[in-house]
Design a protein around this ligand. Structure first.
Ligand SMILES: [Zn+2]
Length: 638
């Protein structure tokens, strides 16, 4: 009995009502979330799927392609892209598509399926004790402020937004208006919003309502939860009680739920729109204007530069890189130089674009009243060119450096080299440092060895990267790209093609596995996969969906196997009668084997004849004849 229980899956044990072995809380929750989520529905919330046989096809969301190779199998709840090799289940899809960690993806799917995750992740206890989710409270506040925008008191705010061409975004960006002092406190009391949350978000400051009379911009985190607010003063607003002018913009302060080094205004919208190139600008009105004009990659950092934490937030998502947009004025130049130091360790490709003069992105993209449509299009095209033509960050950094230092003067060149050294010292990875050093040497127009020597002279500690100079071809980006590429399958020989078809037949009807493995396959991947199928069947899984799910999970870390499996699954759909097909294949395989062994015998026969060993030659001839008779019965009989 114990052995039977041992081979039953945990899921099956639960279904049968057997006392489950104590299951990991995390594994249990993961399984429940997975069972409650339909992969097809999830993917279709992002892109249309077209049915073909038992599978669904789409243009791959992870690489550019013209004909669809992104394939979804509803029965096994897996996807695989024959173009780029991306594959997985509901969790990996969401992680890849939204750039989430596993935990974030699981939380999102659990929320959708209404499965509580209490106690699933360690370290959650404190959060539970803290009371209601602050972002939920702020979400309600945002909804209240939005209502106010459309009320009678909101008219001046609506006029302001209209004048900036932003009124069309009022709904989707939840733009609002903060009424005069007193209103928020009254509603808060009535709706039992915790004062502590409103204070942490800077809405209440002592007896004051800090955003009173302002146009309100709710700030969402990357998952669309309101974590803070920005507020803009209305033109013609009265001065403060001490007679000074009100600041134009104010933001919520840092709080446990609003980390300015991590939050990017507009990132959630950008993800919803599927923009893989992120363009970082300064103001939230610029971001909204850009989205309205179709530049859906626009985001803004809030009161800080683009930080390494921001980069980490988007690095899995921004597969087409990040463009930092700066004003061409002095402050913009300094900000660009600072950004380079922040991002030198980031794995996202960062580029830098400088706008001319003191222009804002909104100046490029917003249509002015009575402006010719062609003129608007022309300005927007120039903005797109500016972004497309952004310099790779290091090149931009050098361009700024060249404004300060004249590289043709030995002394200034040395100064530039020292600045390079300072930047290199902040680089964590050896590989990256080497690649950067080689790049820098190119920009300074000196051999990498010379730059390395100069840096060694100026540094007390020898730099590991400087020891042998820059090594071209060790670009970490290239290395990463190679690692991420799908494993190319070797071109199939007739035999390996037949063996892959065997696998396809077994996928279609898993109970055929014993028959299929009577002769062990000679293609290693097929052998391993058939062994996994055999294992699944031995555990009592016999349906195609069950087996495919099991085998996919078993080879999750083996892209070489996943690729072979995916092809077999796709092929399986074309096999109406797997048993007959398999029998046919087995005959083919025997023929391949016979042919190979005949080839070997002939070779040995030739060798024996060449060596004059007549006895061996005779024996080999007899074996060869025997084999031909066995495998060509018709020819022998005729
Ligand atoms: Zn793909």
């Amino acid at each position: 009995m114990t052995s039977v229980v041992a081979v039953l899956s945990l899921r099956r044990q639960r279904r049968l009502g057997l006392t489950p072995v104590p299951m990991d809380r995390f594994e249990d929750a993961k399984l429940r979330v997975k069972e409650a989520t339909d992969l097809v529905a999830l993917i279709e919330s992002y892109l249309p799927l077209k049915p073909r046989g038992r599978q669904l096809l789409a243009l791959c969301p992870f690489h550019a392609e013209k004909s669809p190779s992104f394939t979804v199998w509803p029965d096994s709840q897996h996807y695989y892209c024959f173009g780029c090799g991306k594959h997985g289940d509901v969790f990996t899809f969401l992680m890849e598509r939204e750039g989430l960690t596993f935990r974030e993806a699981m939380e999102q799917l659990a929320a959708r399926a209404q499965i509580p995750l209490e106690g699933v992740f360690t370290g959650d206890r404190d959060r539970e004790r803290r009371g209601p989710d602050p972002t939920q409270v702020l979400g309600e506040v945002a909804a209240f402020l939005q209502q106010q925008l459309h009320g009678a008191d909101g008219a001046p705010a609506r006029d302001y937004l209209d004048g900036r061409g932003l009124l069309a975004a009022a709904e989707s960006w939840q733009l609002g208006f903060h009424p005069a002092e007193g209103a928020l406190r009254a509603v808060a009391q009535q709706r039992r919003w915790p004062t502590a949350v409103l204070e942490a978000a800077g809405l209440l400051r002592g007896t004051r309502e800090a955003f009173a009379g302002r146009v309100m911009f709710p700030i969402e985190d990357e998952r669309g939860r309101v974590c803070g607010f920005g507020g803009r003063v209305l033109p013609g607003a009265p001065p403060r009680s001490d007679g000074t002018e009100q600041p134009k913009y104010i933001n919520s302060p840092e709080s446990p739920f609003f980390n300015k080094r991590q939050v990017l205004y507009g990132l959630h919208k950008c993800k919803q729109a599927g923009s893989r190139r992120i363009v970082v600008m300064e103001g939230y009105t610029d971001v909204i204007a850009c989205h309205l004009a179709g530049f859906t990659g626009a985001v803004a950092a809030l009161g800080t530069a683009f930080t390494r934490e921001h980069a980490r937030k988007v690095e899995r998502y921004a597969t087409d890189g990040v463009v930092l947009l700066f004003d061409g004025d002095r402050a913009g130049l300094q900000a660009a130089e600072r950004a380079m130091k922040e991002l030198v360790n980031s794995s996202v490709a960062v580029r830098i674009a400088m706008m001319s003069g003191a222009k804002d992105p909104a100046d490029y993209v917003v249509a002015q009243p009575q402006e010719e449509p062609d003129a608007v299009t022309e300005r927007r095209a120039r903005f797109a060119d500016l972004i497309d033509g952004a310099d790779e960050a290091l090149a931009a950094w050098f361009r700024l450096l060249r404004r300060r230092l004249d590289f043709t003067q030995a002394e200034q060149l040395e100064k530039a080299a020292r600045e390079c050294g300072a930047l290199l010292q902040t680089v964590d990875s050896d590989l990256r440092r080497r690649a950067l050093l080689a790049e820098m040497a190119r920009h300074l127009a000196v051999p990498p060895e010379t730059l390395a020597r100069t840096l060694r002279r100026h540094q007390p500690r020898p730099q590991p990267a400087a020891r042998d100079g820059g090594a071209p071809g060790t670009d970490p980006a290239t290395a990463a790209a190679t690692a991420a590429a799908p494993v190319p399958l070797p071109p199939p020989t007739p035999e390996s093609a037949a063996e892959r078809d065997v696998l396809a037949a077994v996928v279609q009807q898993p109970t055929l596995v014993a028959q299929a493995t009577a002769e062990p396959p000679r293609t290693p991947a097929v052998g391993e996969l058939l062994a996994m199928v055999a294992h699944a069947v031995a555990q009592g899984r016999t349906t195609r969906a069950d087996v495919v799910r099991h085998v996919f999970a078993a080879c999750a870390e083996r892209p070489d196997l996943t690729a072979v499996l995916a092809i077999a699954i796709a092929r399986a759909d074309e096999i109406p009668d797997p048993a007959a097909f398999l029998a046919h294949l087995q005959r083919d395989r025997q023929r391949f084997r016979a042919r190979d062994s005949a080839r070997l015998l002939r070779q040995q026969l030739q060798d024996a004849q060449a060596a004059g060993d007549q006895a061996t030659a005779d024996r080999l001839t007899r074996e060869l004849m025997e084999q031909l008779r066995q495998h060509r019965p018709r020819a022998a009989g005729g």
